[in-house]
Design a protein. Structure first.
Length: 285
């Protein structure tokens, strides 16, 4: 059920200023720290499912330079994740999200359910992160429009198809999502596009999306990339998720070079350092 009264911080964030302009005004991409409060995350084995551990991790990522904390309570990993109810998702979020909002950094809610997003925005979350790009829950676009919150529209597919032109598929998906957004009344200056690395794509298609990311700038909207610890890295150099730091940073530096303005990462300190050093070197050119 969508609450009738929007949170005063939903569109502006804890400091009372618009979230996106502040995040996108720097010479290097903003870093979104990933916080999975799930028992079955592919990337961190559910180690932050306990509320006290999640809060410690959020504080650590903020100290390491995270600009946003992205909280998810349902595993959306592309392979083998089991759906859960909105009630279960909220049960996992309730002990954690308000405490992290209180830390004073913009929080995004990673959920495909409008009821969960509504509750999170009521608690002060600043951004909605929808891994189905407004196309799964029919109530999501109207909720986002009503609250005036920024939204991340991610490309997704039910399954990978190696025969398709993945860039055309991403473009078609975004066009459909943006049509939904426009009809709902979502302002274009509140929209971020995410090509969904690893979601509904073969490893080769994920790498294609990274290599050709610049083509998506034709939409005229900020781009977010989350290649952190994704499976495609292990097809280049065999590795488990926790062993993919080098590949993650390589992918994210290329994404930044190709126009990404927000990078979603598990390893915040290393990602922040890599992005800032790259930007500093370029300033000397």
């Amino acid at each position: 059920m969508i609450a009738a009264k929007p949170s005063p911080t939903a569109a502006t964030g804890p400091a009372g200023h618009p979230v996106l302009p502040a995040l996108l005004s720097r010479p290097y991409p903003a870093v979104m720290g990933v916080l999975n409060v799930t028992p079955d995350s592919f990337s961190d084995g559910g180690q932050f499912a306990a509320p006290e551990r999640a809060l410690v991790q959020a504080r650590r990522m903020i100290a390491e330079g995270a600009d946003i904390i992205d909280i998810g309570a349902e595993s959306t990993r592309p392979y083998g994740s089991e759906p859960i109810s909105a009630e279960e998702e909220l049960k996992r979020l309730q002990p954690v999200l308000p405490e992290i909002v209180a830390l004073g950094i913009p929080v995004s809610i990673d959920s495909m359910k409008s009821a969960v997003v509504a509750w999170a925005l009521d608690q002060g979350a600043a951004i909605a992160n929808d891994v189905w790009g407004l196309q799964r829950d029919s109530g999501m676009a109207g909720l986002i429009a009503e609250r005036g919150a920024p939204v991340i529209i991610m490309h997704n597919r039910e399954s990978a198809d190696p025969a398709i032109d993945i860039m055309q598929d991403i473009s078609n998906f975004f066009a459909a999502s943006l049509d939904i957004a426009a009809r709902a009344g979502i302002s274009s200056d509140k929209i971020i596009l995410d090509p969904g690395i690893g979601f509904g794509k073969t490893p080769e298609q994920s790498m294609t999306a990274l290599a050709r990311l610049g083509e998506l700038q034709s939409f005229g909207l900020p781009l977010l990339v989350g290649a952190s610890r994704k499976r495609f890295i292990s097809t280049v150099t065999p590795s488990e998720p926790h062993q993919r730091l080098g590949g993650s940073i390589a992918a994210h530096l290329l994404a930044a070079q190709n126009g990404a303005r927000i990078i979603r990462a598990h390893d915040v300190a290393e990602t922040v350092q890599a992005l800032r050093v790259t930007a500093a070197i370029r300033e000397q050119a």
